[in-house]
Design a protein around this ligand. Structure first.
Ligand code: ADP
Length: 262
């Protein structure tokens, strides 16, 4: 608590008492703590791939280069870890821009199915490698809405990428759309590993992962859902999660702005 005193003197110059201003600074402290936790987390998260890049490079320089197979394996790890480092820096910068609303929303008329298709195209290759089937909503009825196309695409892409990452081979991913009261209801449903109930409230926090090792193996940065949550907030939407461990997960988003639905 921050306390300020000032004598209260009326227009005749008579002292009438004291004005006491109490500032509740717990909120400020909380934000400060969040910021310093974030810096600590970022440093830790960035150090992990760098340590591994450094370690494998040194081992190669120390002589492991003689063996071609070892050399190839190590270089693959170095390449993957550099990729992850790149994605992490990109996500950290994106998240900070989105949070500070530094990218103004570009509202335009958007054809929802088209945005879904382009997001699906991006994950298609990794889905095929795991023999996952992705089912998209029908082309009719066509849904048009006033929204920011890049934001919508990023939201759908992050949810889809997670569905691909956390669904074992031969699984199924279904995208469903529906319009209720000029709101778009979009669902990404997977038959994946699911999320334990106790972790559900925390998955939208930055760097929170149910299983760090699995997230790392799937190339995750731990920021995908934090980005989704912020983008949805900026678009005045909502997001819900339903999940059963070992069965699958459904992410449901509600976004305002549906214009036409034919
Ligand atoms: P990550 O880069 O680790 O995937 P996210 O922020 O996208 O980070 O997700 C946070 C965590 O939520 C993931 O590490 C994973 O444990 C869990 N998660 C997200 N989506 C799914 C899903 N579709 N199925 C199961 N777990 C998921």
């Amino acid at each position: 608590l921050d306390v300020n005193f000032a004598p209260y003197i009326n227009f005749k110059g008579e002292s009438k008492g004291v004005v006491v201003v109490l500032h509740d600074i717990t909120e400020i402290r909380r934000l400060e703590k969040m910021r310093s936790d974030f810096v600590a987390n970022v440093s830790h998260e960035l150090r992990t791939p760098i340590t591994s890049i450094k370690g494998f490079t040194e081992t190669l320089l120390d002589g492991a280069m003689q063996d071609e197979e070892t050399c190839r394996n190590f270089l693959q790890i170095i390449s993957d870890e550099s990729e992850r480092l790149y994605r992490m820096i990109r996500d950290i910068l994106d998240l900070s821009k989105i949070e500070q609303k530094r990218i103004p929303l570009q509202m335009e008329s958007v054809h929802v199915q088209e945005v879904i298709s382009s997001a699906v195209t991006i994950v298609q290759e990794s889905a095929q490698r795991k023999h996952l089937t992705i089912t998209c909503p029908d082309e009719t009825p066509e849904i048009w809405m006033m929204t920011d196309k890049d934001c919508l695409q990023q939201i759908i892409l992050n949810l889809l990428a997670n569905a691909v990452a956390y669904t074992p081979e031969n699984g199924r991913i279904t995208i469903k759309t529906e319009v209720t009261q000029q709101q778009l209801k979009l669902q990404v449903i997977d038959t994946g590993i699911g999320i334990p109930e106790k972790d559900i409230p925390r998955i939208f926090e930055r760097f929170y992962r149910v299983d760090k090792a699995r997230s790392r193996d799937s190339g995750g940065t731990g920021l995908g859902l934090a980005i989704v949550k912020h983008l949805i907030d900026n678009l005045n939407g909502q997001i819900f999660v339903d999940s059963v461990e070992g069965k699958g997960t459904t992410f449901t988003i509600l976004l305002p702005g549906v214009k036409k639905f034919t």
